[in-house]
Design a protein around this ligand. Structure first.
Ligand SMILES: NC(=O)c1ccc[n+]([C@@H]2O[C@H](COP(=O)([O-])OP(=O)(O)OC[C@H]3O[C@@H](n4cnc5c(N)ncnc54)[C@H](O)[C@@H]3O)[C@@H](O)[C@H]2O)c1
Length: 362
């Protein structure tokens, strides 16, 4: 326990191009210094109803006092839309936000994506900082400068590349997060290992159900992988596409369930997408069937199996045309030749997608 406390305090920051990602108490120290140094005219804390209830007090206890106004959104993916943004822009304007204002996004990926988007557009761009409060937003959404909102059920169709000034990762927030949300975040940790590192992949596979989802070192390793990829290719022209492994079908599945059936969490949909993309990789690139089976059994030891009928698969496949990686009318997949060896811009036949669903459902 004491060891964990000391290592959490000492965990070194990760440097991105325009900002750093700080861990635990060092993050709050840096934030206080940053606020003092920048003479902001106003500071807005952007929250949703849940992070207002569970995270605001935790945050305020960690940081030196400063004046702020709250701006609130409704929680969940269904509110990551232009209507919520219009309400937030109105609120900023009502509270006399100007170009020298700062937004602190205290929340999950929805608060971060939407708060980053309103920051990037309000008065042609104001500063923002991410303080992620879900596992998914710690290891993925808060890092990399992608902001955005959904268009109807279609994910992240409107958005910008706009970096935060800083990210603060503190696992304290995970104590109030419900178990399903925690598990949802793990899908991105697992994906990061598949596209980059046999060592981490093997460690996760062998830990199986005894994985500690709140382990700060695991979280930091995962952020490091994402950050290194973003540093190579911020605008997703090449290497960054690898981060979409599992997301082509995963996003379509997430969109489909947003509209048609009981909602699936982002990570739950991505976990299925990972199995499907791994199966297609085995057919097109000879990805090892042993590793494929390991991936499937690892995912199914953590996430409930979802049943798909023919009608579901048809509709999901139709949604693929909206994927942002597509160009010139082609649907582009990210696949893997091996662990740590992603390939991108691969066209996939519908027949292979059907076979992948069959493999997942066996
Ligand atoms: N920008 C990117 O690069 C990127 C990457 C991956 C995912 N995303 C986006 O992230 C979103 C998913 O993020 P998410 O999984 O964090 O979902 P989320 O933001 O909807 O949070 C999940 C739920 O947990 C609640 N919550 C958040 N923190 C809490 C806490 N500490 N205690 C109790 N409740 C808490 C929220 O109110 C919400 O109800 C998706 O919209 C996805 O597209 C973005």
């Amino acid at each position: 326990m004491l060891f964990c406390k000391i290592s959490c305090i000492l965990m070194k920051e990760i440097k991105s191009k325009n900002y750093s990602i700080y861990f635990s108490s060092s993050g709050y120290t840096e934030l206080s210094l940053f606020i003092k140094a920048n003479n902001y005219s106003q500071i807005f804390i952007h929250l949703d109803d849940n992070t207002q209830k569970y995270c605001l007090e935790v945050f305020l206890k960690q940081i030196q006092k400063f004046n702020f106004n709250k701006i609130l959104s409704k929680p969940g993916e269904k509110n990551k839309n232009i209507k919520s943004c219009a309400q937030l822009w109105d609120k900023l304007s009502e509270l006399s936000g100007d170009r020298k204002s700062l937004i602190l996004n205290l929340g999950g990926g929805v608060v971060g994506d939407m708060g980053g988007f309103i920051a990037s557009t309000f008065k042609r761009g104001i500063d923002y900082i991410n303080i992620p409060t879900t596992l998914l937003s710690m290891v993925d959404a808060s890092v990399g400068g992608k902001t955005g909102i959904d268009l109807g059920v279609l994910k992240n169709q409107i958005g910008t590349f706009y970096d935060p000034k800083m990210v603060i990762v503190d696992t304290l927030y995970l104590d109030t997060l419900n178990e399903n949300e925690l598990i949802s975040g793990y899908a991105e940790i697992f994906k990061h290992s598949i596209i980059s590192s046999s060592k981490i992949f093997n460690k996760l596979i062998s830990a199986n159900t005894s994985i500690d989802f709140k382990n700060l070192q695991t979280i930091r390793n995962s952020i490091k992988i994402k950050n290194e990829i973003v540093l190579l290719d911020k605008k997703e022209n090449k290497e960054r596409k690898a981060l979409n492994f599992g997301h082509t079908l995963g996003h379509a599945i997430e969109s489909y369930f947003l509209k048609s059936k009981n909602r699936l969490l982002h990570g739950e949909a991505i976990a299925i997408g990972i199995v499907l993309a791994s199966h297609i990789s085995s057919k097109l690139f000879g990805f090892s069937s042993k590793k494929l089976n390991n991936i499937k059994s690892h995912i199914l030891s953590i996430y409930n199996k979802v049943l798909f009928d023919k009608n579901d698969i048809d509709k999901i496949t139709k949604l693929l045309v909206h994927d942002k990686k597509n160009s010139h009318g082609k649907i582009n997949f990210v696949l893997i030749k091996d662990i740590g060896k992603p390939v991108y811009d691969i066209e996939v036949d519908n027949n292979l997608i059907l076979k992948a669903f069959k493999y997942y459902s066996l």
